[in-house]
Design a protein around this ligand. Sequence first.
Ligand code: SF4
Length: 386
Amino acid sequence: MEARKIAEECEKLFYDLEFTAVREWKARTGGRVVGYLPTYVPREVIHAAGALSVGLFGGGDKLEIIKGDAFYQSYICHMPRSTLELGLSGRLDFLDVLLSPSLCDVVRNLSGVWQLQFPNIKTKYIDMPQNFDQKVGGRFFISVMKELAELLESLGCRPVTNELLRESIVLYNENRRLVDALYDYRAEAPHNVPTAELYVVLRASLIQPVEESNRTLAGYLAAVKNRSFRPLDNVRVVVVGSFCEQPPLNLIKTLEKSGCYIVDDDFIQIARWFRRPIAVDGDAYSAVSEAFLSASRPSSSIFEGDKPKSEDLVQRIRDRKAEGVIFAAPSFCDPALLDLPFYQEALDRLGISYTQFQFSENTGQFQTIKEQTGTFSDSIKLWSEA
Ligand code: SF4
């Protein structure tokens, strides 16, 4: 199938706030559905239990908030309100479990509000290790994953055996390999992989069963490699800060239309969480835990230890041959905005250009952003030619 057609199918899944495909899966299989908030949860365990994991990344710009605002003060990000609105309007009534990873105070509070509002849906707070010693954080994370497996078993899912978990790891390793291959190819030929297209393909992967997602990703990768669009005189940028609440699709299109090729980003981080495949020999829980501790890509949601995240950003800029950075964080997003000064200091030191703005998932006005990023890309071009 043509890449554009695959992306169109994925866009339909992305914009379907009734989650029709998930409802159909549940009706067909009778299985349990586990929703999760950004950023990382061990999806392998959910799959091994025979349940379907569904990424809940907010309602985007197509959802009117009617009740969700009543639960939060005005000075927090938008994603929790729209997620709650999805629940209160009955759009998430297929959920059996909601997983809330330890990302920030807002997500922590959302899990509490959710528990009170939806007592029939099991809410589980997934505490991710912030100690990276396998004997401490590793053991802790294994116990968290086993608790999750026990919760699913108590809901009628099959027990997670070592063999089943290994099979799930193999499928998710392939999923991440395909996403990495797409990111690599986009960096090599950004004119053939518009980020607005790649983005909806990744959003669909949050909803599709991993087997189906692997087929979609493989089909899209093959299709974009067959393209030969004409390269434009755009500047190559890395977009940083949108790892939780997501920018509206039209904002991504606006960046591209303003003269930027996005050659790296941190949208939907779970799709490429690990730097390498999870091992498939030995104890499968230990393998997931070991990968989380030693091979997670830096994220604002995890402690950076003795290697500053800014070093990783600089490395990504070099690897992707980027010419500048766009910091695009959701309004009031503490984890993203607290990292920003450290990134800026590193880029200032190296003389790497950057610009920044904040957004909400339902931002509808893009003209100012287009002018800002258009001027940014022009200035890089002029500066480079000087
Ligand atoms: S957008 Fe930022 S502040 Fe809001 S829930 Fe996500 S990480 Fe937390």
